[in-house]
Design a binder for this molecule. Sequence first.
Ligand code: IPE
Ligand code: IPE
Ligand code: MG
Length: 237
Amino acid sequence: MNKDLIIPTHVGIIVDGNGRWAQNKNLSRSEGHRAGFYRLKEICIYAKEMGIKYLSLYVFSTENFKREKKEVDYLMNLFVKLYNDEFLDLIANGIKVIFSGRREPLPKKVLSAMDKMEEASKNNTEAVVNFCINYGGQSEILDMTKKIVQQVVDGKIKTDDITLETLRENLYQNLPPLDYVIRTSGELRLSNFMLYQASYAEFYFPKTYFPDFTKNDFYDAIVEFNKRNRRFGGNAS
Ligand code: IPE
Ligand code: IPE
Ligand code: MG
């Protein structure tokens, strides 16, 4: 690994293209999801080894509940299996696992696997992996607003004391802003991913479908990040 690379603090991945990957191979969409999510574990461990402290993974949007029942059921069962089994390797690698999104209407078995994962990894400090599951960026902003309004109503804070830090503390997780967002499969949109956190992120849209997105591809993505000139509204250097 190149020691001179600038490593972003918080990277987001919009995991996309599982379905098309499967279709191209005459496989079922379920097989695409299986291949994609097994690939994801590799990327999590590799990102930690690269020194990335925060990784947010968009694995199921609130809107994905609109898909056929068969596909949603498959994904829910896959999440149970991953969180109870395959993803335990993340914990063994010192990764703290957290979740962002609404709990309702996730099935109980998924919630309990998520809770177990969170509890078992809560003292890990090497890196944080934040799974965005039943997640929507607009809903997150709405839920944050409700929490803050309630604190004002309860007299815990004054309206004038609300700062950007207050907003951050009341999102699903209190994480640093996203530096870099990678979306596989060639789609050029956010699809409701971390709208607030992505305000100054750099974006990268490789055409690769996620099940084919290797550690090398992830490394190339970080090399690409190093070519960007981030200005945050200041002067070009
Ligand atoms: C991403 O792959 C995984 C989830 C959204 C759960 P897709 O299922 O969206 O794959 P495509 O976009 O249909 O190829
Ligand atoms: C976005 O992918 C959601 C996740 C990756 C979990 P989709 O495949 O659902 O997004 P659209 O429908 O193409 O915008
Ligand atoms: Mg998709």
